[in-house]
Design a protein around this ligand. Structure first.
Ligand code: FE2
Length: 232
């Protein structure tokens, strides 16, 4: 009996979108200065290794700043490309920047694992990213292939049970973005960053997006258009 070799069908992949936005160097430097000024004027203290986060420092609506208008236009195009690339009809959807803020990671600083549970899509744009400035990890709380609790952990890796770790067994996957690149992903995705190993700050613009229907007639799910809501 000659058995044929088996093969994997990898189902339900998480799709993170990456794209260079081609923002001019000079414009990026100017925006970086504005952000470093925001940090300078922030008197809030923060823990060791903890990056500066604009959203909790009163600067969570960067898209309202005139200086960022071009950047957010480019981000908007990128986010629509992501959604269209997934196979959705962006013409039927309305996109809203809900919050957007800067993060600054100085040498040794990083951002601990979290998700953005109040929105639909999130992005990180790398305004200033030294080569060794620290990339981003995406994680899953429950990997679809982890058939026994605790199987896909570092402990099992060092004990040799997890012999060849790879995308089919990793709970956490590292992505190395480059300067001027945006990453777009579902907001509920857990993520964290690696520490900045350089003395140049890593500056990212993060943001959350809400996606609604333009017309909710006939739809049971998805948010109806914001214009039809009523405040009370
Ligand atoms: Fe985040």
């Amino acid at each position: 009996m000659g058995e044929e070799q088996g093969e994997f069908l990898d189902l339900f992949a998480l799709s993170v979108f990456r794209q260079r936005l081609a923002v001019a160097d000079q414009q990026r430097r100017q925006l970086a200065e504005l952000i470093l000024d925001l940090e300078k004027n922030d008197k809030r203290s923060r823990g060791e290794e903890e990056a500066w986060l604009g959203d909790v420092s009163g600067s969570e609506f960067l898209f309202s700043h005139e200086a960022f208008a071009d950047l957010f236009a480019a981000i908007g195009v990128s986010v629509r490309s992501y959604v269209a690339g997934l196979g959705l009809d962006t013409e039927q959807l309305a996109f809203w920047f809900q919050r957007s803020w800067a993060t600054i990671s100085h040498e040794g600083e990083r951002i601990f694992e979290h998700a953005h549970l109040q929105s639909h899509l999130s992005f990180a744009y790398y305004l200033q990213k030294p080569t060794e400035g620290g990339g981003i990890y995406f994680s899953v709380a429950t990997h679809p292939n982890e058939f026994a609790a605790g199987l896909f952990t570092l402990a099992k890796e060092s004990l040799g049970i997890l012999k060849t770790p790879g995308p089919r067994t990793l709970n956490r996957i590292y992505v190395e973005p480059v300067e001027d690149e945006i990453l777009v992903f579902p907001s509920r995705t857990l993520h964290s960053t690696a520490p900045n190993l350089t003395d140049q700050p890593r500056i990212s613009i993060s943001g959350d997006i809400v996606v609604t229907l333009k017309d909710s007639a006939g739809h049971e799910t998805l948010m109806p258009p914001v214009q039809r809501w009523m405040a009370f």
